[in-house]
Design a protein around this ligand. Structure first.
Ligand code: AP5
Length: 212
């Protein structure tokens, strides 16, 4: 099994890259998308998850791991890409319990000011999580998903104050994770590649494919 992790701040382009890699036969799973689906349920867990997503806070591990476990149980995942998981050192340590042994880690590098501009222009198709952008990836028909024709939405957490909160969490958690994985790279157990996520969507895709 090939298992790849995409790590990067909000808006760095993880979703865009996963959509392209899915077309090449990779299975992709976004914990953010799993959580947004859970948040759409009108029950206690759904409401609790929704409240956390709307402030940009991390959702407790127990909910994230449960959703991921259920999702993985329904898939064969011979070529799997994780988008947005793990996000903390404790989630890193949970991976082996989920049977997940990563081969490669791609880290998307991009300044915060570029992210704000990107997320303020983002549109999403809520069911699939497909993403678009006013300038960089406009849908063929404005406001409608290319595949289904369903209406596109803004994400509730794509508000400048919430984006700043999400970025602060990313910067706070990423270093200890990278420290952990750097140690594994030294032992040749994992390959870490840093990608310039300010490049165009096509260029990042080409760079990523060259390293898969
Ligand atoms: P999640 O959905 O994972 O959000 P995120 O990590 O904040 O990342 P985004 O989805 O916002 O951005 P992206 O990197 O995918 O960028 P995209 O491709 O869309 O998580 C949401 C929330 O769920 C978290 O805040 C947390 O609360 C919770 N959560 C998730 N996982 C969790 C976990 N493991 N533990 C606990 N809580 C968890 O691109 C952005 C825009 O830019 C788009 O419009 C796109 O078209 C455009 N774009 C992309 N690439 C380029 C490019 N190269 N050039 C120009 N434009 C581009």
């Amino acid at each position: 099994m090939s298992l790849i992790m995409l790590l990067g701040p909000p808006g760095s382009g993880k979703g865009e890259q996963c959509a392209r890699l899915a077309k090449l036969g990779w299975e992709t799973v976004s914990t953010g998308q799993l959580l947004r689906q859970a948040a759409a349920s009108d029950n206690e867990v759904g409401r609790a998850v929704k409240a956390l997503l709307n402030t940009g806070s991390l959702v407790p591990d127990e909910h994230v791991l449960q959703l991921l476990r259920e999702h993985l149980a329904q898939t064969h995942h011979k070529k799997l890409i994780l988008d947005g998981f793990p996000r903390t050192l404790s989630q890193v340590h949970s991976m082996s319990a989920l049977g997940l042994m990563p081969n490669k880690l791609f880290v998307m590098v991009i300044p915060d000011d570029v992210i704000l501009q990107r997320l303020c222009g983002r549109w999403v198709e809520p069911k699939s999580g497909r993403v678009y952008h006013d300038l960089y990836h406009p849908p063929r028909v404005p406001g409608l998903d290319d595949l289904t024709g369903d209406p596109l939405h803004r994400r509730d957490d794509d508000h400048p104050d919430i984006i700043r909160a999400r970025l602060a969490i990313y910067h706070k958690t990423v270093e200890e994770m990278l420290g952990f994985y750097a140690h594994h790279q030294q032992r040749h157990e994992l390959l870490i590649t840093y990608l310039d996520a300010t490049d165009s969507i096509d260029s990042v895709h080409t760079a990523l494919c060259a390293m898969l």
